[in-house]
Design a protein around this ligand. Sequence first.
Ligand code: FE2
Ligand code: FE2
Length: 212
Amino acid sequence: MPSCHDHLPPVDLDRVSAVSILSGEHRVILQLLTAIEAMAASAAAGHLPAADARDAIEVLRTFADRCHHGKEEEILFPALEAMVPGFGPTQVMRAEHVDGRALIAAMSAALAAGDAAAYARAALDYVDLLRSHIAKEDDILFRIAQQMLSPAEDEALLDAYRRVEHDDMGDGTHVRMLGIADRLAATYGVARASDDPRIMSLLTAVCGCARA
Ligand SMILES: [Fe+2]
Ligand SMILES: [Fe+2]
């Protein structure tokens, strides 16, 4: 996405930081979105892959929304808003999280009703929304945040992330979600984000649970 923030360096994925952890998680969410796009195509052709679609929704709710968006909304965004009162970009991102939750609910309702066409519509709308949302965070907001946060501030945010992973999510949840995402990737012929060692080390940096 061309923007006025292109002069800022991209998120440094070789260094564990408050933004690189989230960018690493974006790669897993993008992997899942590609699998969901394939599920939507199947549903639009008349075959609703209900079990896989339910598994994808579990990962969206637990990993993408509760764990990932939770860290953004409860930890990173408030830190940026405290530094720059009235900071606008985080308000836009929060509103898109709300829109995403509505589309997850629509996918879930369509699945419960066995309505393949409605599932395909909600799933494709969700894929579009989240791809654009992730591009805005990676290319604009996180580049700005990377410049704003001092090493000490960054370390404090990483400590808060560790508390989310261990206390709120429970040990092992992160790994279980990655396992489902990777199984869906294998089913739908999608490359796995965790095959990139930089991404794998970011995914386990605050989680602490190594994958078997
Ligand atoms: Fe977000
Ligand atoms: Fe994000």
